[in-house]
Design a protein around this ligand. Structure first.
Ligand code: SF4
Length: 270
């Protein structure tokens, strides 16, 4: 976990970079019913900013009392590949960015080995605030913070989610099986309204100190391009649309208004 990482900060990317696809909506899988909101990269970015705004004032759990900064996550709002770690560490808490110490350097190195950079992916944690003294997250904290992670997944719509370590893996699989049994085994999981390729990996911070774990992490990492090349998994058909007959009417509910664009534009993180 990056919160165990005592090392100096590595280069980071304080800006969510819009992907090569610019503002084009991403292709949807041909099977299943597409999301009713096919978002452009710019729309994802703006919606993420709104969630970040909410998170940075969050007092849902006790960790708000001891944090320096909410570490929301950073990277590419339009990424196909997302990483989910455990919780911010001291460096992350100070800088407001995930994976900025030695574990972050290792993550960058492993990404480079498969031809990717941090700006190509989105990196977040299960908890957005640092637990004091780097203790393990409490179940109530994970539950309180889960909505932010789910919103990130819903808005970014990654094809592949790599969970880093036990906490993220257990949370997103909703199962207590540990990472040593699951690492390197991809599976299709429904997270929120979508199916994703979930790919559990050892946490880079743990691999820093255990050569055999680093070897396994590197071998698992090397399969990420293959998983990305598969594209999105088949999506669940969650919407049954009844056929309308003459005389039927549809009531459209008033949708909530979008966040204030000027307010979001003031953010320095994205
Ligand atoms: S850890 Fe999550 S739920 Fe707890 S205060 Fe921070 S943002 Fe809110």
């Amino acid at each position: 976990m990056d919160r165990e990482d005592p090392g100096p900060a590595s280069p980071f990317y304080p800006v969510i970079v819009l992907a090569n696809t610019a503002n084009q909506p991403r292709a949807r899988p041909s099977s299943g019913i597409p999301s009713p909101a096919v978002r452009s990269a710019a729309e994802r970015r703006e919606l993420l900013k709104a969630v970040y705004e909410e998170a940075r004032g969050c007092v849902r759990c006790q960790l708000h009392q001891t944090r320096t900064t909410v570490v929301f996550g950073n990277g590419n709002a339009n990424a196909d590949l997302m990483f989910v770690g455990e919780a911010p560490g001291a460096n992350e808490d100070r800088l407001g960015l995930p994976f900025v110490g030695q574990a972050g350097k290792l993550l960058d190195k492993l990404l480079a080995e498969i031809g990717l950079e941090r700006k190509d992916v989105f990196v977040a944690n299960t908890l957005k605030c640092r637990p004091p003294d780097n203790r393990d997250p409490h179940p109530g904290e994970i539950e309180a913070c889960n909505e932010y992670l789910r919103s990130q997944v819903d808005l970014i719509e990654p094809t592949v989610i790599c969970t880093l370590g036990n906490f993220a893996t257990k949370l997103l699989r909703a199962d207590s099986t540990g990472i040593s049994r699951l690492h390197g085994r991809e599976e299709v999981r429904i997270i929120g309204p979508r199916a994703v390729r979930l790919y559990p990996l050892y946490h880079p911070a743990a691999a820093l100190y255990t050569p055999s774990m680093l070897e396994a992490l590197r071998a698992d990492f090397n399969r990420i391009p293959e998983l990305l090349a598969l594209g999105p998994p088949e999506q669940p058909s969650v919407l049954e649309v009844p056929e309308l007959e003459e005389g039927d009417s549809i009531v459209v509910e008033q949708l909530p208004t979008s966040p204030e664009p000027e307010h979001a534009a003031q953010l320095g993180l994205f």
